[in-house]
Design a protein around this ligand. Sequence first.
Ligand SMILES: *Cc1c(COP(=O)(O)O)cnc(C)c1O
Length: 428
Amino acid sequence: MKNFGRSEKLFEEAKRYLPGGVNSPVRAFKAVGGRPLFIKRGRGARIYDEDGNVFIDYVCAWGPLILGHCHPQVVKAIKMVVGQGLSFGAPTELETKLAKLICEAMPSIEMVRFVSSGTEATMSAIRLARAFTGRNRIIKFSGCYHGHSDGLLAQVGSGMTTLGIPSSPGTPATMISDTLVAPYNDFQAVEQLFDNYPDIAAVIVEPIAGNMGVVLPKPGFLEHLARITRSYGALLIFDEVITGFRVAYGGAQELYGIYPDLTCLGKIIGGGLPIGAYGGRRDIMEMVAPSGPVYQAGTLAGNPVAMTAGIETLRILKTPGIYDRLEKKSSLLANGIAEVISRLKVDIQLLRAGSMLTIFFAREPVTSYETAIKANTGLYAKFFHHMLSQGIYFPPSQFEAAFVSLAHTDEDIEATINATKKSLGAVS
Ligand SMILES: *Cc1c(COP(=O)(O)O)cnc(C)c1O
């Protein structure tokens, strides 16, 4: 048995000063019970908690740490730039460098605006789409999370599903009355919405969903969205905050060959520091202030330290063959888990897109939020704690993706498969 005494003490203290003891809900372990671990440091694929326990980390800061913790090249670059000043609120060359890397990686992005979180990226992209089209309504999909801005906080998957609340108090009906929600992968529902409301400004979608657990787009789904938005003069927005530079260097849009009008980014492009970005067609992006009238600003946007972490991360990710390496590690893990599952009497759907994967304790295929929530969260909670006791840190919710990083070694993955075997054996 591991000792979590110090984490428990720190959590009690934290709860006196921070709502729920945390600064983002899913960290509190509400979905799996027990108390969160307080992390002291990380290195490579490992994190170390305040009680001195070591874990192989599959949360990876919820996605940004595709290189693992403390990649030497990233740390070195950050140390250098920190010595030159933390923020200026004036242009730096670093912003153009990162913007250029992003535009080169994703040809659908001709110009980009940096913000400080994914929430700001999607919120601003929606504002821009509304200004560009002169329309108000948007379509989102149940189970897709696009940050916590009022208009997008409708049926958002993981965080709120975990807490069992359908919508958040404090978001007046008027703020979400222009948000239409369709089931993921249900193209007919989208057609129906366009039929009823031809004046839709934009469709926003996670091209591979990661916030209800990993859910893949059905063949043709993204094509359909591209076609229908074009024919109605609406914009297609890909929220690639997770998938950008994760499932391929050029994101899900490269993987599927479907190019949206606007793209939202975050997580990996900041290498672990706070960041977000939105970008796309030049004629649309030029409407953003000060080049156009759509207002959007940020005191710390384009922060030199975050830009540097992003630049170094993308430079490393540009190395030829690196996504093949990541795929090898990820398929090693997924195949190992699949083999374990095949020997057990437990209903599991293993979903994976590259280095993001979810073990759903579900009998039926998971293709949407409506099918995802049929998963047995009680079993997942047991599985999670068994894994934790064996030194494997999986996401503390059934409805989150686990992430493989380039720092995970074959031995780490072997150990994870063995732990999975024991944990699934214990819960099945
Ligand atoms: C994490 C996430 C966001 C929100 O980003 P924050 O930086 O947490 O505000 C938006 N969209 C998707 C798809 C995400 O996974």
